[in-house]
Structure formats: structure tokens, C-alpha cells
Design a protein around this ligand. Sequence first.
Ligand code: PHE
Length: 339
Amino acid sequence: MIDKIKELIAEAEAFKAQSKEEVEAFRIKYLGKKGLLNDYFAEFKNVANEQKKEFGQTINQLKKTAEDKVNALKEELESKEEVKGIYGDLSRPGEPIELGARHPISIVKNQIIDIFSRIGFNVSEGPEIEDDWHNFTALNLPEYHPARDMQDTFFIQTDPDILLRTHTSSVQVRYMENNKPPIRTISPGRVFRNEAISARSHCFFHQVEGLYIDKDVSFADLKQTLQYFTTELFGKSKIRLRPSYFPFTEPSAEVDVYWGLETETDYKMTKGTGWLEIMGCGMVDPNVLENCGIDSKEYSGFAFGMGIDRIALLLHQISDIRLLSENDVRFLEQFKSAL
Ligand code: PHE
């Protein structure tokens, strides 16, 4: 009889079912009131004493095997049913289509491109990995020039000639080398500087630099262009220019826009002055024109450069520049309604 029970154990272990009904039939056969197990339990009293122990252990094993099997099969069938539930009901409504959002950097970059394209500027791009000539030397920053320290440069491995561009002025050099005046171009792109990462600054950020070269371009043209730009982008036309220094422009200036002091945030953003610094600019140094093959006696021009990230923070009242590169969808989703 023990051998018979062992056979049943093997049978129970091997059992497979396709439906709940089959599992139920299996349960009744083994574990039901009139099932095999109860028969064997009833038989127990008739078993010879010296066999009682082994007999008892074997039917307990059969009981456990059958119970485990029933539970396992039930679970298996239920999970299969769930899968069927997802894909099987064709009358369900369709999947909701997730709408993407543009990144705030792209939104602001496109706005800036749009504003300048209306006054005849095209868009030029160049490599992020640059050589010394395009990032520095051509821009009137020869080797050992102290102003190189203004731009904490990342060099590529050990070659001091290859670096990550620190500004997109490098693109303007390339543009001047390859195009004849009149030139009206803006160069948006990512730039890199070895700066400590904080809420206000990052080791990579984005710039748009502009360049206008033609006969008789004057500082007045520069001022008018800047005023047009700030009015279009911020809705603010009051600007001021503070004298500054850049190796590639002379004279050079820093541009502030009058933001106002209407709200508490205005106070915070402008440190109580109402003014916000938004870009650097100046008349292109004749040396730079000559370096790029443009006759500085015939042509003059202006250039300007601004950080897109900072402007994005301003326009969208974002408190931490790091949010722009963390790819947190909770942040990015908030720009769905923007351009
Ligand atoms: N290239 C300068 C910078 O990155 C910005 C600038 C551009 C200033 C053009 C003047 C003229 O800081």
C-alpha cells in the first residue's frame, strides 16, 4: 500500500492543468471529503503497528504534495488570466498618448533664434570639441594671455590644443573664416567651463552668441539691436551698458535689463536693484577680423553673447540651474503648455 501511495505522490507532482476545473477535479480526487487521502487516513487503524510510522509519514507527504500542487496551479492560472485581461479585451479604450514637452532650454533657445531671425540673422553651429585657435587664439587670446584664466577650460586628455569650447565665439570664428561680409549670424550651443556646480552655475551650460559684420557697423547699431531684443524677449526696453572687458571686443560692455521691483521675487532676483545682467557685448576687435581673413579697414562689426540657462531660469522662475540637466520628468512635464 505504501508503494501505491508513493506512486500517487509522483503522479500528483507531475500533474498539469489548463483550467480551473481541472485543478478543482484534482483537488477533489486527492483532498476532497471522499478523496484518496481520507481513504488512506481511514485505513490507518488497520495498518500493522511496525508500519504505522512509515505509512503515516507517506500519507502526510501525499497530502502536502497535493496541497502545494493545487496552490501552485491556482496561482499560475490566475496570473495567466491577468495577462489575458490586459491584451484580450479589444473593446477597451485605446492607450492614452503621452504628449512630450520641449525642454526649457530649447524653448528659450527657439525664442531667441526667432527674435533674431526677424532682423536677418541666420543660425550657425560648430563643434563642442574645439582647438585652441578657434576658442582662443583667433579671438585675440594668444598663449599665456592672462584673460584665458577667465574661462576655466576643460582640456581633452593631455593635448593642450584640444579642448571643450568655453563659449560659442568659436563658431563665429569658423563662420568668419568661411563666409564673406555682410555677416549676420547667431550661434547657439552648449559650452563647458570647469566651475563648481551649484544652484547658480554648472560646468556645462548653453549660450547664444551673435555677430554682425558689415561696412560702417557702429556701437549705435549694437545698442539698437540689444534694445529690440530685450523688448521682444522680456517685454522690457530699458537697458543699460556698463563698460567691461573682453579680449575679442573693444570697446566692451555688460548689458543689464531693467526688470523692475514690483514683486518680492523681483527684489530677490535683482538683489534689490531692479537691474539684471543678461549678456556681454562689444565691437569686434580689428585683430579678430584680421585673424579670420576680414579686412578691418573695410569692415567693422559687433558681437554679443548670453547664457540661455540663466535666461530660462529668469523667464520661468526656476530656482536651481541643476534642474535643467537632471531630466526629472516632474520638472520637465511642467513645460507642456509652453512653445
Ligand atoms: N564670449 C563671451 C563669454 O562667453 C561673451 C561675449 C561674446 C562677450 C561676444 C562679448 C562679445 O563670456
